[in-house]
Ligand binder design. Structure first.
Ligand code: HSE
Length: 378
Protein backbone atom coordinates (compact mmCIF):
# COMPACT_ATOMS: atom_id res chain seq x y z
CA UNK A 1 0.00 0.00 0.00
CA UNK A 2 1.47 3.36 -1.08
CA UNK A 3 0.62 6.25 1.23
CA UNK A 4 0.25 9.71 -0.29
CA UNK A 5 -0.02 13.07 1.45
CA UNK A 6 -1.51 16.17 -0.16
CA UNK A 7 -0.24 19.60 0.85
CA UNK A 8 -3.05 22.08 0.21
CA UNK A 9 -6.75 21.42 -0.29
CA UNK A 10 -7.66 24.34 -2.53
CA UNK A 11 -8.68 24.09 -6.18
CA UNK A 12 -5.88 21.76 -7.37
CA UNK A 13 -5.53 19.88 -4.05
CA UNK A 14 -9.21 18.97 -3.87
CA UNK A 15 -9.12 18.09 -7.58
CA UNK A 16 -6.20 15.74 -6.93
CA UNK A 17 -8.12 13.99 -4.13
CA UNK A 18 -11.03 13.65 -6.55
CA UNK A 19 -8.94 12.18 -9.40
CA UNK A 20 -7.16 9.74 -7.05
CA UNK A 21 -10.51 8.58 -5.71
CA UNK A 22 -12.70 8.63 -8.82
CA UNK A 23 -10.13 6.77 -10.96
CA UNK A 24 -8.64 4.67 -8.13
CA UNK A 25 -9.65 1.33 -9.63
CA UNK A 26 -8.18 1.90 -13.08
CA UNK A 27 -5.03 3.55 -11.75
CA UNK A 28 -4.41 0.68 -9.30
CA UNK A 29 -5.04 -1.88 -12.03
CA UNK A 30 -2.51 -0.15 -14.26
CA UNK A 31 0.06 0.08 -11.47
CA UNK A 32 -0.53 -3.35 -10.00
CA UNK A 33 -0.55 -1.94 -6.48
CA UNK A 34 -2.83 -0.10 -4.10
CA UNK A 35 -2.55 3.44 -2.76
CA UNK A 36 -4.36 5.64 -0.30
CA UNK A 37 -4.44 9.31 0.59
CA UNK A 38 -3.25 9.26 4.20
CA UNK A 39 -3.15 12.97 5.01
CA UNK A 40 -4.28 16.31 3.64
CA UNK A 41 -2.48 19.33 5.06
CA UNK A 42 -4.42 22.58 5.17
CA UNK A 43 -4.94 25.46 7.57
CA UNK A 44 -8.70 24.99 7.29
CA UNK A 45 -11.05 22.16 8.27
CA UNK A 46 -13.45 20.64 5.76
CA UNK A 47 -16.18 18.97 7.85
CA UNK A 48 -18.52 18.68 4.82
CA UNK A 49 -15.93 17.03 2.56
CA UNK A 50 -15.65 13.22 2.20
CA UNK A 51 -11.90 13.83 2.71
CA UNK A 52 -12.46 15.93 5.87
CA UNK A 53 -11.23 13.19 8.25
CA UNK A 54 -7.80 13.14 6.50
CA UNK A 55 -7.10 16.81 7.20
CA UNK A 56 -4.19 17.66 9.50
CA UNK A 57 -2.77 21.05 10.39
CA UNK A 58 0.71 19.97 11.47
CA UNK A 59 3.17 19.33 8.64
CA UNK A 60 5.37 17.27 11.00
CA UNK A 61 2.70 14.56 11.14
CA UNK A 62 3.40 13.96 7.44
CA UNK A 63 7.15 14.50 7.56
CA UNK A 64 7.64 12.04 10.42
CA UNK A 65 5.37 9.32 9.04
CA UNK A 66 7.65 6.85 7.28
CA UNK A 67 4.71 5.27 5.50
CA UNK A 68 4.24 8.42 3.41
CA UNK A 69 6.45 8.01 0.35
CA UNK A 70 4.80 10.53 -2.00
CA UNK A 71 3.85 14.11 -1.19
CA UNK A 72 1.87 16.25 -3.64
CA UNK A 73 2.52 19.95 -2.98
CA UNK A 74 -0.33 22.16 -4.23
CA UNK A 75 -0.13 25.05 -1.78
CA UNK A 76 1.01 27.76 -4.19
CA UNK A 77 3.41 30.56 -3.29
CA UNK A 78 7.06 30.16 -2.34
CA UNK A 79 6.78 29.71 1.41
CA UNK A 80 6.19 27.43 3.16
CA UNK A 81 5.80 25.35 -0.04
CA UNK A 82 9.56 25.39 -0.76
CA UNK A 83 10.48 24.64 2.87
CA UNK A 84 8.05 21.72 3.09
CA UNK A 85 9.24 20.36 -0.28
CA UNK A 86 12.87 20.50 0.80
CA UNK A 87 12.12 18.81 4.11
CA UNK A 88 10.17 16.02 2.38
CA UNK A 89 12.93 15.38 -0.19
CA UNK A 90 15.56 15.33 2.56
CA UNK A 91 13.41 12.84 4.46
CA UNK A 92 13.44 10.54 1.41
CA UNK A 93 9.92 11.31 0.19
CA UNK A 94 9.13 11.86 -3.49
CA UNK A 95 7.50 15.23 -4.20
CA UNK A 96 5.21 16.13 -7.10
CA UNK A 97 3.91 19.65 -7.54
CA UNK A 98 1.78 22.07 -9.52
CA UNK A 99 3.70 24.99 -7.98
CA UNK A 100 5.49 26.81 -10.80
CA UNK A 101 6.70 29.54 -8.48
CA UNK A 102 8.72 27.05 -6.45
CA UNK A 103 10.03 25.19 -9.53
CA UNK A 104 11.02 28.45 -11.25
CA UNK A 105 12.83 29.78 -8.16
CA UNK A 106 14.24 26.69 -6.52
CA UNK A 107 14.17 23.99 -9.22
CA UNK A 108 17.97 23.65 -9.36
CA UNK A 109 18.38 23.16 -5.62
CA UNK A 110 15.35 20.90 -5.19
CA UNK A 111 16.42 18.75 -8.15
CA UNK A 112 19.86 18.31 -6.54
CA UNK A 113 18.37 17.45 -3.14
CA UNK A 114 16.04 14.90 -4.73
CA UNK A 115 18.93 13.22 -6.58
CA UNK A 116 21.07 13.17 -3.44
CA UNK A 117 18.29 11.45 -1.52
CA UNK A 118 17.36 8.98 -4.24
CA UNK A 119 13.85 10.35 -4.73
CA UNK A 120 12.05 12.27 -7.45
CA UNK A 121 10.92 15.88 -7.76
CA UNK A 122 8.30 16.18 -10.52
CA UNK A 123 6.25 19.10 -11.81
CA UNK A 124 4.19 18.17 -14.86
CA UNK A 125 1.27 20.29 -13.57
CA UNK A 126 3.42 23.41 -13.23
CA UNK A 127 3.20 24.28 -16.94
CA UNK A 128 0.17 23.99 -19.19
CA UNK A 129 -2.28 22.74 -16.53
CA UNK A 130 -3.57 19.39 -17.81
CA UNK A 131 -1.43 19.32 -20.96
CA UNK A 132 1.29 16.67 -21.00
CA UNK A 133 4.25 18.88 -21.93
CA UNK A 134 7.07 18.60 -19.36
CA UNK A 135 7.38 14.82 -19.57
CA UNK A 136 7.12 14.67 -23.39
CA UNK A 137 9.74 17.42 -23.70
CA UNK A 138 12.06 15.63 -21.27
CA UNK A 139 11.56 12.14 -22.60
CA UNK A 140 10.04 12.00 -26.08
CA UNK A 141 12.15 14.89 -27.36
CA UNK A 142 15.31 13.64 -25.63
CA UNK A 143 16.93 12.89 -28.99
CA UNK A 144 16.58 16.56 -30.02
CA UNK A 145 18.12 19.92 -29.32
CA UNK A 146 15.18 22.14 -28.44
CA UNK A 147 15.83 25.47 -30.13
CA UNK A 148 12.68 27.54 -29.63
CA UNK A 149 9.49 27.57 -27.58
CA UNK A 150 6.48 29.83 -28.04
CA UNK A 151 3.58 29.27 -25.70
CA UNK A 152 0.24 30.57 -24.58
CA UNK A 153 0.93 29.50 -21.02
CA UNK A 154 -1.66 31.29 -18.90
CA UNK A 155 -5.31 30.28 -19.01
CA UNK A 156 -6.60 33.36 -17.19
CA UNK A 157 -5.11 35.89 -19.59
CA UNK A 158 -6.09 33.85 -22.63
CA UNK A 159 -9.64 33.69 -21.26
CA UNK A 160 -9.64 37.47 -20.71
CA UNK A 161 -8.26 38.27 -24.19
CA UNK A 162 -10.73 35.89 -25.85
CA UNK A 163 -13.61 37.43 -23.91
CA UNK A 164 -12.54 40.98 -24.84
CA UNK A 165 -12.34 40.00 -28.52
CA UNK A 166 -15.47 37.83 -28.82
CA UNK A 167 -17.83 39.42 -26.29
CA UNK A 168 -16.46 42.97 -26.18
CA UNK A 169 -16.20 42.48 -22.39
CA UNK A 170 -14.18 44.86 -20.30
CA UNK A 171 -10.91 43.65 -18.83
CA UNK A 172 -12.39 43.69 -15.29
CA UNK A 173 -15.52 41.71 -16.20
CA UNK A 174 -13.50 39.04 -17.97
CA UNK A 175 -11.01 38.77 -15.09
CA UNK A 176 -13.85 38.39 -12.57
CA UNK A 177 -15.32 35.55 -14.61
CA UNK A 178 -11.92 33.79 -14.84
CA UNK A 179 -11.55 34.08 -11.07
CA UNK A 180 -15.03 32.63 -10.50
CA UNK A 181 -14.14 29.69 -12.74
CA UNK A 182 -11.06 28.95 -10.59
CA UNK A 183 -8.46 29.72 -13.27
CA UNK A 184 -6.78 32.74 -11.74
CA UNK A 185 -4.04 32.79 -9.12
CA UNK A 186 -5.00 34.02 -5.63
CA UNK A 187 -3.39 37.32 -6.60
CA UNK A 188 -4.38 38.00 -10.23
CA UNK A 189 -1.34 40.26 -10.73
CA UNK A 190 0.66 37.08 -11.27
CA UNK A 191 -1.61 36.27 -14.23
CA UNK A 192 -2.32 39.65 -15.81
CA UNK A 193 1.17 41.02 -15.09
CA UNK A 194 2.77 38.12 -17.00
CA UNK A 195 4.65 36.70 -13.97
CA UNK A 196 2.89 33.33 -14.06
CA UNK A 197 3.75 33.02 -17.76
CA UNK A 198 7.34 34.04 -16.94
CA UNK A 199 7.69 31.24 -14.37
CA UNK A 200 6.40 28.71 -16.89
CA UNK A 201 8.65 30.12 -19.62
CA UNK A 202 11.83 29.75 -17.55
CA UNK A 203 10.84 26.18 -16.64
CA UNK A 204 10.43 25.29 -20.33
CA UNK A 205 13.66 27.11 -21.19
CA UNK A 206 15.44 25.06 -18.50
CA UNK A 207 14.17 21.84 -20.05
CA UNK A 208 15.54 23.04 -23.40
CA UNK A 209 18.90 24.31 -22.13
CA UNK A 210 19.58 22.66 -18.76
CA UNK A 211 19.93 26.18 -17.32
CA UNK A 212 17.34 27.82 -15.10
CA UNK A 213 17.09 31.56 -15.73
CA UNK A 214 15.72 33.75 -12.95
CA UNK A 215 12.47 35.51 -13.90
CA UNK A 216 14.17 38.67 -12.56
CA UNK A 217 16.49 38.51 -15.57
CA UNK A 218 13.91 38.33 -18.35
CA UNK A 219 11.70 40.91 -20.00
CA UNK A 220 8.10 40.59 -18.72
CA UNK A 221 5.06 42.47 -20.02
CA UNK A 222 1.50 41.58 -19.06
CA UNK A 223 -1.87 42.32 -20.64
CA UNK A 224 -3.06 45.25 -18.55
CA UNK A 225 -2.23 47.86 -21.20
CA UNK A 226 -4.09 46.09 -24.03
CA UNK A 227 -7.19 48.00 -25.07
CA UNK A 228 -10.29 46.78 -26.88
CA UNK A 229 -9.36 49.18 -29.70
CA UNK A 230 -5.95 47.46 -30.07
CA UNK A 231 -7.61 44.04 -30.14
CA UNK A 232 -10.07 45.19 -32.83
CA UNK A 233 -7.37 46.87 -34.91
CA UNK A 234 -5.25 43.68 -34.77
CA UNK A 235 -8.20 41.59 -35.93
CA UNK A 236 -8.70 43.87 -38.96
CA UNK A 237 -5.05 43.29 -39.90
CA UNK A 238 -5.52 39.49 -39.54
CA UNK A 239 -3.80 39.09 -36.14
CA UNK A 240 -4.93 37.90 -32.70
CA UNK A 241 -3.29 39.45 -29.64
CA UNK A 242 -2.13 36.73 -27.22
CA UNK A 243 0.19 36.69 -24.21
CA UNK A 244 3.23 34.68 -25.29
CA UNK A 245 6.07 33.11 -23.33
CA UNK A 246 9.01 32.93 -25.73
CA UNK A 247 12.33 31.17 -25.23
CA UNK A 248 15.09 30.39 -27.68
CA UNK A 249 18.48 28.80 -27.27
CA UNK A 250 21.03 30.07 -29.78
CA UNK A 251 24.81 29.70 -29.70
CA UNK A 252 24.48 28.44 -26.13
CA UNK A 253 22.64 31.59 -24.95
CA UNK A 254 19.07 31.72 -23.74
CA UNK A 255 16.71 34.50 -24.76
CA UNK A 256 13.43 34.46 -22.86
CA UNK A 257 10.65 37.00 -22.69
CA UNK A 258 6.97 37.37 -21.90
CA UNK A 259 4.94 39.76 -23.98
CA UNK A 260 1.60 40.28 -25.67
CA UNK A 261 2.21 39.44 -29.31
CA UNK A 262 0.28 39.79 -32.55
CA UNK A 263 -0.23 36.24 -33.81
CA UNK A 264 -1.07 35.82 -37.49
CA UNK A 265 -4.43 34.07 -37.75
CA UNK A 266 -2.72 31.37 -39.83
CA UNK A 267 -0.44 30.43 -36.87
CA UNK A 268 -1.84 27.53 -34.77
CA UNK A 269 -1.33 29.60 -31.58
CA UNK A 270 -3.74 32.19 -33.00
CA UNK A 271 -6.54 29.65 -32.77
CA UNK A 272 -6.06 28.83 -29.09
CA UNK A 273 -8.80 30.52 -27.15
CA UNK A 274 -10.44 30.68 -23.71
CA UNK A 275 -8.63 28.86 -20.91
CA UNK A 276 -6.75 26.64 -23.33
CA UNK A 277 -2.97 26.75 -23.60
CA UNK A 278 -0.81 25.85 -26.56
CA UNK A 279 2.91 25.36 -26.72
CA UNK A 280 4.85 25.24 -30.01
CA UNK A 281 8.24 23.63 -29.62
CA UNK A 282 10.92 23.69 -32.32
CA UNK A 283 13.56 21.01 -32.12
CA UNK A 284 16.40 20.22 -34.47
CA UNK A 285 15.34 16.68 -35.45
CA UNK A 286 11.56 16.54 -35.17
CA UNK A 287 10.89 20.06 -36.45
CA UNK A 288 7.90 21.76 -34.88
CA UNK A 289 5.51 20.03 -32.45
CA UNK A 290 2.54 21.45 -30.64
CA UNK A 291 1.03 20.68 -27.24
CA UNK A 292 -2.54 21.80 -26.67
CA UNK A 293 -5.20 21.47 -23.97
CA UNK A 294 -6.77 22.98 -20.86
CA UNK A 295 -4.13 25.22 -19.27
CA UNK A 296 -5.80 25.73 -15.89
CA UNK A 297 -8.68 24.47 -13.79
CA UNK A 298 -9.25 21.97 -11.02
CA UNK A 299 -9.47 18.57 -12.68
CA UNK A 300 -7.17 19.19 -15.68
CA UNK A 301 -4.36 20.37 -13.37
CA UNK A 302 -5.08 17.55 -10.93
CA UNK A 303 -4.87 15.10 -13.83
CA UNK A 304 -1.25 16.20 -14.37
CA UNK A 305 -0.43 16.01 -10.64
CA UNK A 306 -1.75 12.45 -10.52
CA UNK A 307 0.20 11.58 -13.68
CA UNK A 308 3.38 12.39 -11.74
CA UNK A 309 2.20 10.33 -8.76
CA UNK A 310 1.56 7.42 -11.12
CA UNK A 311 5.01 7.86 -12.68
CA UNK A 312 6.68 7.82 -9.26
CA UNK A 313 4.85 4.63 -8.29
CA UNK A 314 5.42 2.94 -11.65
CA UNK A 315 9.18 3.61 -11.48
CA UNK A 316 9.53 2.91 -7.75
CA UNK A 317 12.11 0.18 -8.32
CA UNK A 318 14.34 2.34 -10.57
CA UNK A 319 16.96 4.86 -9.53
CA UNK A 320 15.65 8.39 -10.20
CA UNK A 321 17.19 10.38 -13.07
CA UNK A 322 18.65 13.63 -11.72
CA UNK A 323 17.14 16.80 -13.13
CA UNK A 324 20.65 18.08 -13.85
CA UNK A 325 19.73 21.77 -14.10
CA UNK A 326 22.19 24.51 -13.18
CA UNK A 327 21.44 28.18 -12.52
CA UNK A 328 21.99 30.36 -15.59
CA UNK A 329 24.87 32.83 -15.28
CA UNK A 330 24.65 36.35 -16.76
CA UNK A 331 26.86 35.13 -19.63
CA UNK A 332 24.24 32.44 -20.48
CA UNK A 333 21.53 35.05 -21.14
CA UNK A 334 21.23 36.76 -24.54
CA UNK A 335 20.90 40.53 -24.81
CA UNK A 336 17.18 41.31 -25.03
CA UNK A 337 17.87 44.51 -27.03
CA UNK A 338 18.81 42.25 -29.91
CA UNK A 339 15.43 40.46 -29.96
CA UNK A 340 14.44 40.69 -33.56
CA UNK A 341 10.91 40.46 -35.00
CA UNK A 342 8.30 42.30 -37.07
CA UNK A 343 6.08 44.79 -35.26
CA UNK A 344 2.38 45.60 -35.54
CA UNK A 345 1.91 49.35 -35.24
CA UNK A 346 -1.41 50.95 -34.22
CA UNK A 347 -1.21 54.63 -35.06
CA UNK A 348 -3.41 57.65 -35.69
CA UNK A 349 -2.11 57.63 -39.27
CA UNK A 350 -3.15 53.98 -39.84
CA UNK A 351 -2.24 50.49 -38.69
CA UNK A 352 0.47 48.40 -40.33
CA UNK A 353 3.06 45.66 -39.86
CA UNK A 354 6.76 46.46 -40.23
CA UNK A 355 9.74 44.45 -41.41
CA UNK A 356 11.84 42.76 -38.72
CA UNK A 357 13.57 45.14 -36.31
CA UNK A 358 15.40 45.06 -32.97
CA UNK A 359 13.99 46.24 -29.64
CA UNK A 360 16.07 49.41 -29.88
CA UNK A 361 14.57 50.26 -33.28
CA UNK A 362 11.05 49.39 -32.04
CA UNK A 363 11.44 51.74 -29.05
CA UNK A 364 12.24 54.60 -31.44
CA UNK A 365 9.15 53.76 -33.47
CA UNK A 366 6.94 53.68 -30.35
CA UNK A 367 8.17 57.17 -29.38
CA UNK A 368 6.73 58.75 -32.56
CA UNK A 369 3.87 61.15 -31.81
CA UNK A 370 1.20 59.43 -33.94
CA UNK A 371 1.95 55.89 -32.66
CA UNK A 372 -0.55 54.53 -30.13
CA UNK A 373 0.79 50.97 -29.59
CA UNK A 374 3.48 48.70 -30.95
CA UNK A 375 3.17 44.91 -30.62
CA UNK A 376 5.76 42.25 -31.31
CA UNK A 377 4.64 39.93 -34.11
CA UNK A 378 5.21 36.21 -33.73
N1 HSE B 1 -3.44 30.99 -13.02
C1 HSE B 1 -2.90 29.99 -13.88
C2 HSE B 1 -3.48 30.20 -15.27
C3 HSE B 1 -3.27 28.65 -13.34
O1 HSE B 1 -4.45 30.95 -15.41
O2 HSE B 1 -2.96 29.64 -16.22
C4 HSE B 1 -2.61 27.51 -14.05
O3 HSE B 1 -1.23 27.57 -13.94
Amino acid sequence: MISIALLGFGCVGSGTAEVLTENKKIIEERLGCEYRIKYILDLRDFPESPFGSLVVHDFNAILQDEEVSIVAEMMGGSHPAYDFTKACLEAGKNVVTSNKEVVAKFGVELGEIAAKNGVRYMFEASVGGGIPVIRPMMTDLASNKITKINGILNGTTNYILTSMRDDAKSFGEALGEAQRLGYAEANPTADVGGFDTARKTVILAAIASGKLVSTDNIHIEGITEITLADVEAAEKLGYHIKLIGHAEVKDGKILALVSPMAIPSSNPLGRIDDVFNGILVNANMVGEVMFYGPGAGKLPTASAVVADIVDVIAKRDFAPTPLGWVSAEASDIADFAEYYCRRMVISAAGNYVTEEMTETEAAKLAAKSDVISVYRVL
